[in-house]
Design a protein around this ligand. Structure first.
Ligand code: COA
Ligand code: MG
Length: 320
């Protein structure tokens, strides 16, 4: 599933995580629906979409779904409750012990310190030893507080189980006291509020920490699931800033998200030309060359290779 680390500290090329559908943990009907939807990743949620009175029940429904449903080639993750709650340690223990062999990763919300990741990592070590799982359960960290963003460099290095850093716009805006105009997250027309993209710094900071450590960067969901234009604006911006995928809260959002995070024909053709031209240049002892009037060098080559590998994985081109 995990292909390879293309270049150290650059980009860990994994199975694509373009779209991640969040599904309330206590809703079995939605689990069934999700198991045949177009998302690359299904995240069964035990946190904010489950009310406190339903937490225990949701845990057992999630375990049952992990064990009984056919998820096809979708990646399946579970979001546990925040580590500052009374639910989290039991979420981690029960879900991983009972169904860890079906689990790609555990998603940890409100990660503020590297110690949060260390705690989950150590717990998972013990559980895997005890259960003799052949797979290694990954960790995804949601960064959604000022403290989390401040400590992001340490968090991103805290465990080799880490796969993704996820930006949580709603909790982050609450944490820094930013005015929340609606629950939709970025993508809405907010010109009257701020002249630009309000979350540019936070997302870019997260992308920087992710890519410096070979991790995938994922954007927040867009809450208004009937506003396709706003969703697209939000996804295009996140993609332009370096995110590799975006959460969804409704199956209707998956087509737009998948399309935005899939390399286009033009992207793939351009990447092919760059790879060819750079290899030719290298043979001649050169480090830079030109393609259609644009300079290309090793950095351009790396970007092109990333596009090419993703396209290969998605079956858009044949493997070389
Ligand atoms: N996962 C799987 N299936 C979903 C879904 C989801 N996140 N959201 C909706 N569906 C299903 C519905 O069950 C319905 O299925 P059906 O046609 O078989 O009856 C279909 O998609 C259409 O749903 P719709 O009627 O448009 O929406 P709804 O009123 O049932 O649900 C929400 C709307 C917002 C409550 C629902 O989308 C949801 O719970 N989203 C996830 C919320 C979440 O995870 N929040 C935490 C992360 S930020
Ligand atoms: Mg949150």
């Amino acid at each position: 599933m995990i292909h390879k680390l293309l270049f150290k500290g650059y980009f860990q090329l994994m199975k694509p995580r373009r779209s991640i559908l969040s599904v309330p943990g206590n809703n079995k009907k939605m689990h069934k629906k999700a198991s045949s939807c177009k998302a690359d990743v299904i995240m069964l949620d035990l946190e904010d979409s489950v009310p406190p009175g339903a937490k225990e029940k949701a845990r057992s429904i999630v375990i049952d779904s992990l064990l009984s449903l056919d998820w096809g080639d979708r990646i399946v993750t579970v979001r546990i409750n925040g580590l500052d709650t009374s639910f989290a340690y039991r979420d981690l223990l029960s879900v991983s012990e009972s169904a860890g062999h079906m689990l790609d990763s555990v998603v940890i919300p409100k990660v503020d310190h590297s110690a949060d990741i260390n705690f989950a990592d150590r717990m998972l070590n013990g559980i895997e030893l005890h259960k003799k799982f052949s797979n290694k359960i990954g960790i995804e960290a949601i960064i959604e507080s000022a403290e989390g963003l401040e400590n992001i460099s340490d968090i991103a290095k805290a465990s080799n189980r880490l796969k993704t850093l996820v930006f949580g716009v709603a909790d982050y805006s609450a944490s820094v006291g930013a005015k929340l105009v609606s629950i939709s997250g970025h993508g809405e027309k907010e010109e009257d509020l701020y002249p630009g993209h309000r979350w540019n710094f936070a997302i870019s900071r997260l992308v920087m920490a992710a890519k410096a450590n070979g991790l995938i960067a994922i954007d927040s969901p867009y809450g208004n699931f009937i506003d396709t234009e706003g969703l697209k604006r939000s996804a295009v911006t996140a993609c332009a800033l370096g995110c590799d995928g975006k959460w969804a809260i409704h199956p209707n959002q998956l087509d737009v998200i998948n399309q935005v995070f899939t390399p286009s024909k033009e992207d793939i053709n351009r990447a092919g030309k760059i790879l060819k031209a750079y290899r030719e240049a290298e043979k001649q002892g050169l480090g830079a060359a030109s393609v259609n009037g644009h300079m290309i060098d090793k950095a351009t080559f790396r970007l092109a290779k990333q596009v090419w590998k993703q396209a290969e994985y998605l079956g858009l081109i044949k493997k070389l």
